[in-house]
Design a protein around this ligand. Structure first.
Ligand SMILES: NC(=O)c1ccc[n+]([C@@H]2O[C@H](COP(=O)([O-])OP(=O)(O)OC[C@H]3O[C@@H](n4cnc5c(N)ncnc54)[C@H](O)[C@@H]3O)[C@@H](O)[C@H]2O)c1
Ligand SMILES: O=P(O)(O)OC[C@@H](O)[C@@H](O)[C@H](O)[C@H](O)CO
Length: 388
């Protein structure tokens, strides 16, 4: 029988990364989304194209063998598909995991296959699959929890490929960078072994990979986005052409590099090479990635485990330097009331209505007695004074 993967989120990374590599691995991909336009297009077409763009030119792959279901209107179909699938993946955004959990829980509960379902969340967040697992448990009957590992195994992942917003006239086609990295925990699969997906690099300890990725690619990317936005730049490439912003990105990545080298078994030379690759990747002028996309959802990005406060808090605990990260954090707080970005509006309200200390606790989730807390309060105080 053909192998089947259910993928939640037919957006940029869903179509341009996860589905591409599941397709190459021989899976039929069933997209699940709630956006009518995406589902209709996927249902009306038999293929779409993924085009890698770089200074070496363009290279196009055609993706076929997929179906699509709208979970808003056809929940029972989704449950049925999950009950007979090998893999469930998602790329919907970390804040959406709680909304997809109930239907996945029902699908898992209906399984009778001897091989458990592999569940892999492909989001930019530390422990995203653990978060999804937690919500799935909350949607599963108490007396079915002990036997859950017989029906599903949950593996965290780190996923890296820049997929910018796509031109509307491109339809389902996706233009992306050539580089990709998909690292997934192998240990949760135990005696069953992990699924066969050649693009995945399987590891027993994901932490060094996800921290290196989030605190280098995404910290650097977000720094360029927020400094770029506040300097009136349109794209990340344009922001990084500015020597001042490029220098700041380097300073920030030096701080996170010191944490990564100190904490994980990664040498300074290896990390330096990684940083150079990342700066080249995020400067790619062919991607036309806007500062608004990369800066999207600033409340998520200034939270406790995320790209600024995550490394800065660990550096503060270890006596390291974090001043440049505080500069990026400040620029993120100035990404307010951006059209189409609900979090940027809510963040502006929180900053307006709370004392610096209360806003610091609410926005970052940092403990008030944490060594980083007074530094965060100082930055918030400055932003509040300037925006009053
Ligand atoms: N774009 C990138 O460069 C990139 C790279 C690595 C990781 N990521 C991560 O992948 C995730 C998705 O990012 P994206 O850029 O593809 O965003 P996107 O907005 O292009 O796609 C998200 C998709 O999820 C769908 N969705 C929303 N609610 C849903 C629900 N309840 N059920 C099913 N589908 C739902 C949306 O309709 C949309 O099609 C994020 O966590 C992001 O951080 C993105
Ligand atoms: O997806 P976000 O909102 O967490 O972050 C925006 C970008 O930094 C991100 O999508 C990158 O393009 C991606 O993480 C590259 O692998």
């Amino acid at each position: 029988m053909e192998k089947k993967a259910i993928h939640f989120g037919g957006g940029n990374i869903g179509r341009g990364f996860v589905a591409e590599f599941l397709h190459v691995a021989g899976y039929e991909v069933v997209f699940v989304d709630v956006m009518d336009s995406v589902i209709n297009s996927l249902q009306e077409t038999k293929s779409y194209q993924v085009t890698e763009v770089s200074d070496e030119g363009e290279s196009t792959k055609t993706i076929t063998n997929y179906r699509a279901i709208n979970s808003k209107t056809h929940e029972s179909d989704v449950i049925k598909e999950i009950s007979t699938a090998s893999i469930v993946t998602c790329a919907v955004g970390p804040n959406i995991l709680k909304f997809i959990a109930p239907v996945i829980a029902k699908g898992i509960d209906a399984r009778t296959d001897a091989i458990p379902l592999a569940v892999i969340a492909c989001e930019n967040a530390i422990g995203a699959t653990d978060t999804l697992h937690h919500f799935i448990n909350n949607n599963t009957a108490q007396d079915r929890l002990d036997s859950m590992p017989d029906r599903a195994r949950f593996a965290n992942s780190a996923i890296d490929r820049i997929v910018p917003g796509q031109a509307p006239e491109g339809g389902l086609n996706v233009r992306i960078e050539k580089f990709y990295e998909w690292v997934v925990e192998s240990t949760p699969f135990g005696e069953f072994g992990h699924p066969e997906v050649p693009a995945i690099h399987w590891v027993s300890n994901l932490e060094p990979y996800i921290e290196r990725k989030l605190f280098t690619v995404n910290t650097g990317h977000a720094t360029a986005a927020y400094y770029g936005y506040n300097a009136g730049k349109k794209t990340i490439a344009e922001a990084l052409k500015d020597p001042r912003i490029r220098g700041i990105v380097r300073d920030v990545l030096q701080e996170t590099a010191s944490l990564i080298v100190d904490k994980h078994e990664i040498s300074a030379a290896e990390q330096q090479e990684y940083v150079e690759t990342i700066i080249t990747r995020i400067s790619n002028p062919y991607l036309e990635d806007t500062v608004e996309r990369v800066g999207r959802a600033p409340m998520r990005k200034v939270s406790r485990k995320e790209r600024f406060i995550g490394p800065a808090s660990q550096l503060a605990e270890r006596g390291g330097k974090f001043e440049s990260l505080m500069g990026s954090f400040e620029m993120a707080l100035r990404f307010q009331n951006v059209e189409g970005d609900e979090e940027s509006v809510k963040m502006a309200e929180i900053l307006k209505e709370n004392s610096p200390a209360d806003a610091a606790a609410r926005l970052t989730g940092l403990e008030r007695d944490h060594p980083l807390f007074p530094h965060v309060v100082k930055v918030i105080d400055r932003v509040q004074s300037d925006t009053k």
